[in-house]
Structures are given as structure tokens and as C-alpha cells.
Design a protein around this ligand. Sequence first.
Ligand code: NAP
Length: 310
Amino acid sequence: MEEKSKVLIIGATGFLGFHLAQASCNFSHPTFALIRDSTSSSSTKLDKLRALSDAGVQFLKGSLDDEASLMEAVNQVDVVICAVSSKQALDQKLLIQIIKQNGSIKRFIPSEFGLDPDKVQISNMDYDFYARKAEIRRLVEAEGIPYTIISCNFFMSYLLPSLVQPGMKIPPRDKVTIFGDGNTKGVFVKVSDVADFTISSLDDPRTLNKVVYLRPEGNVYSLNELVEIWECKIGKKLEKNYVSEEELLKKIEETPYPDNMQLIFIYSAFIKGDQTYFDIEASSNGVDGSKLYPQLKHTTISEFLDTLLE
Ligand SMILES: NC(=O)c1ccc[n+]([C@@H]2O[C@H](COP(=O)([O-])OP(=O)(O)OC[C@H]3O[C@@H](n4cnc5c(N)ncnc54)[C@H](OP(=O)(O)O)[C@@H]3O)[C@@H](O)[C@H]2O)c1
């Protein structure tokens, strides 16, 4: 049997990283996690560490800003996956240098896990959210490090629990706001499914130096379609309030940062169509991850909305 790559996860106590570490173990990869000294101080983090240890994850003490610990960790593995938060994207620079020096890392998956920063059409609006991720892409390419980028679009836990209603926590039962004409399609993927796709891609030659886009069947809908699915589930028509592009842009301008980021992401996905306007096959370095791994069972938007019914 082919030997499974040894995987290092950086950020395993975080939201996405925890699922990545679990998926790595589920797919039988020897799995290591770089854990900071400060991590153990929180009880939720302690619970996560316990769960990861039970799953077989081996902990290595260290931090992205501690060169010696990074070198030691990178030396023990074949694949490095980074899942630090978007604010820390540029903190990956030292890690990239160390991977370059190491020279035998078979794959690096940087902390991207969202929309494609090279494709989003909201320049100058996002406070460099995507510019930081693009800078890391350019660095990885320039250093010639073997990579895979996971462009998974929105996690289901983001915006979908409210049916894309800013400021709400649950889906509407009477009135719903629809941005633009409501016909532009967006993508939501469950975080544990993102983790399964990511781990499936790391030993796959088809994903070497590629951007893996996720648009699984049952997970790509417009706002009008999302509302229609929800209306069917609750057996009731909702009153619709349409907010035009101009009105949304005005609201973004009037709302202080970072509160306006949610509106900016809505503008990007559901007005500009940044998750779906381009053809994956036509992009020179893109592959459709949803088609590469048909055996992976994933949660559809309809199944997710069922969990919100009560
Ligand atoms: N597509 C979407 O809808 C969506 C939504 C959310 C996130 N994301 C993306 O997913 C990725 C991960 O984000 P997240 O929200 O899961 O992050 P998170 O929950 O904030 O977790 C960050 C992790 O990084 C670790 N970390 C922080 N600084 C570190 C350092 N110096 N050295 C080593 N580890 C360090 C933290 O460890 P401690 O426990 O020690 O703090 C934690 O485990 C990001 O690229 C983000 O943009 C996408």
C-alpha cells in the first residue's frame, strides 16, 4: 500500500484547522499540529486539544514567529497546511522561507480557503483582505514551492445560517432582504467538507501547483433560489425587500470597518458574482475539486437549511 504523506497543520486549534487535523487523521495521514504555548489557556482550546490527541494528532510546540520550532516541525513532515486567520496571512512569510530552505516538502497549502484573490472584483474596497492572500500566492510561486490552493468560497457557517441577512443569526420567517436582482449565484460549503476536499487533494498529482475550486452540486445558488428553497421548507412565502447595488454600496460606505466587511462579502459574491462568474476549466491553473473527488459525500445547502427548521 502507498505510504500516506505526513501532514503538519498550523492552526489546528482554530475553526478550520481543527477540521483539517481531524480529516487528516480520518484519511490515515500521520498528522502533526504546531501548537503555541499560549493555546492551552482557554478551556475550549483544551477540549479541542483533547479531541485531536484522541484522534491521533501529535503535538509539536511552536509558533509561526519562532524560526527554530518551525524548522523542527517542517523537517518531520511531507506536507504543510496553514490555517491561520485571514488577518495573519502575511505571518506565513517565515514559514514559506523555511519550506523553501527545507527543499523536500511535497506540498504546501497556504491559508486561503475562501474566494480567489486573483479573481475578486472589489479592489480597494476590502481593506487589503484579498491583497494579503494574493501576496502569499505570489511569494509561494516565486519560491517555486509545490503548492495547492483551496478556493472553497463561503463556509456554510458564514452568512447562510441567516439566509444572507446581515446582523441576523437565524433565517427570516416573514420578511427577507435580497441584494441586487437576486439572480447572481454564490457558493457555500460546510467546513468539514472543505477539510475533506483539502486532505483528498494533498497527495493528488492533478492538484499540484493548482487552484482547487469548490462548487459542489447542491451548494451553488442565487439569493432568489435560496429564498425559494427556504420558503418551500417553512411552507410560507416571504415578503421581499430588494436592495439595489447603489443602495448596498452606500450602506457599505456608511458602515464603519470592520462591521461593513459582511456587506462587502455579500456585494462581492451576490452582486459582482465573484464566486461563479468565471469558468474553472478555462483558467490555466484551476481544477474543479468537486469533480475530482465524486466519492466524497458532502452536505448540500438544502440539507443544511433543514437543520435550521426547529
Ligand atoms: N470561506 C469562509 O467563509 C471562511 C470563513 C472563516 C475563515 N476562513 C479562512 O480560513 C482560514 C482559517 O481561519 P479560521 O477562522 O479558521 O482561523 P482561527 O479560528 O482564527 O484560527 C487561527 C489558528 O491559527 C493559530 N495561530 C495564530 N497565530 C499563530 C502563530 N503565530 N503560530 C502558530 N499558530 C498560530 C491559532 O492558534 P491559537 O489557538 O494558539 O490562537 C488558531 O489555531 C483563513 O484563511 C480564513 O480566511 C474562510
